[in-house]
Ligand binder design. Structure first.
Ligand code: SF4
Length: 303
C-alpha cells in the first residue's frame, strides 16, 4: 500500500471570492487564513521565496483575481519556480488565458470538478454553465500544455456525487486526464454525508476496471480502515491503475498571520480517534482519525 505524507506545499489562500458557489465550500473557515491585502500577499510570497522554491496559490478562485498574472510574476521574482494553482478551471475555458498562464510558468494545475454530469456538478456549484466551462478548461490545458501531467483533477466526494464517481473518472480518463484525487468532504451536513461502505464498493469498481488502465488515483482524507484489504494491497498484479493514499492535512499553510495555528487546531478538532476501534490500529500513525460527524454513522467504519 502506498501512503504518502503530504509534502509541505506552502499553500497560500489569496482570495475567498469565487465564481462558483459550492454548497460545502469551506470559505468561512478559511477567513482565519486568507491574505487580507495585496501587501500581505506580496510579503508572504517574499517570505516563502526566502525559504523554499514552491508555492500553491489557492482560494476561493485565484484565477478571477485581477492581479492573477502579476502574482505569478511575483513568485518568479522571488525565485519560486514550482508554482501550483488550485482552481475550478472556468477561466481556462478561454484558450488565451491558458496560454498566458503556462507561459508565465505555472507548473501545476489542480482543477476541481464534482461530476461530468451537469445536473450533479451544477447542483453542487450552484452556478449555471460551470460544468461546460470547467470541461473546456480541462480540454484546453491538455491541448496546450507541453506536459499534460501538469493537470490533476480533484473530486470532492459527497452524497451528491458518490454514485457517479465511476462514470466521471472514466470520462475524465477518456479526455486524457492521468491523475485524479478523490477527497473526502469535510462536513456535518447530512445532505452531503455518504456511507464509507459505498465508497469502498466504488473504489473496488475503479480498481477492477480495465478501461481505466494507466490512470493514477489518490485517495485523500479517508481513514484506511474503511477499505478492503485488496484495495490496500500493492501485490494485486491484475490491477491496472496506480493507487495511493494520503491524509487530510491542514499543515500546508504558510502565512504571516498567527491565526494559522487556530485554523489548524480547529481543523484537527473535527476529527477523532475512537479509543475502542483505533487502539493498536496498524494505520494509526498515518491517520488523523475519523470525522466526528461520521461517528454518528456508526456502521460506516469497518471493523
Ligand atoms: S486510526 Fe482509527 S480511524 Fe484511523 S485507520 Fe485506524 S481504526 Fe481507522
Amino acid at each position: 500500500m502506498k501512503t504518502k505524507k503530504q509534502a509541505m506545499k506552502n499553500d497560500l489562500t489569496v482570495t475567498l471570492q469565487c465564481n462558483n458557489n459550492c454548497g460545502f465550500c469551506p470559505r468561512r473557515e478559511l477567513l482565519m487564513v486568507v491574505c487580507r491585502s495585496g501587501r500581505e500577499i506580496h510579503e508572504t510570497i517574499k517570505k516563502i521565496g526566502s525559504a523554499d522554491k514552491s508555492i500553491v496559490l489557492s482560494g476561493g478562485e485565484v484565477t478571477i483575481r485581477k492581479d492573477f498574472f502579476s502574482l505569478i510574476d511575483e513568485c518568479k521574482k522571488n525565485s519560486i519556480d514550482k508554482i501550483g494553482i488550485v482552481t475550478n478551471g472556468r477561466m481556462f475555458s478561454y484558450s488565451e488565458f491558458v496560454r498566458k498562464t503556462l507561459k508565465k510558468g505555472v507548473s501545476g494545475i489542480i482543477l476541481s470538478i464534482y461530476s461530468t454530469k451537469k445536473g450533479i456538478h451544477e447542483g453542487i456549484t450552484n452556478s449555471e454553465n460551470s460544468l461546460a466551462q470547467s470541461i473546456q478548461g480541462i480540454k484546453n490545458i491538455l491541448k496546450l500544455a507541453d506536459n499534460p501531467r501538469i493537470l490533476r483533477i480533484n473530486i470532492v466526494i459527497s452524497k451528491r456525487n458518490i454514485d457517479d464517481v465511476m462514470s466521471t473518472v472514466s470520462e475524465l480518463h477518456s479526455l486524457g486526464v492521468s491523475h485524479i484525487i478523490l477527497i473526502d468532504v469535510i462536513t456535518d451536513d447530512e445532505k452531503y454525508m455518504y456511507s464509507y461502505n459505498r465508497l469502498n464498493h466504488v473504489v473496488n469498481d475503479l480498481i477492477r476496471s480495465q478501461e481505466l488502465a494507466g490512470i493514477h488515483i489518490t485517495l485523500r482524507g479517508f481513514p484506511l480502515c474503511i477499505f478492503d484489504r485488496n484495495i490496500l494491497s500493492e501485490s494485486n498484479k491484475t490491477r491496472k491503475i496506480e493507487i495511493d493514499f494520503e491524509p487530510h492535512d491542514a499543515n500546508t499553510l504558510f502565512h504571516l498571520n498567527t491565526s494559522v495555528v487556530d485554523y489548524i487546531n480547529e481543523f484537527n478538532s473535527k476529527f477523532t480517534k475512537d479509543l475502542k476501534k483505533c487502539t493498536g490500529c496498524e494505520f494509526g500513525d498515518r491517520c488523523i482519525g475519523i470525522q466526528k460527524s461520521r461517528m454518528l454513522l456508526e456502521k460506516c467504519v469497518r471493523e
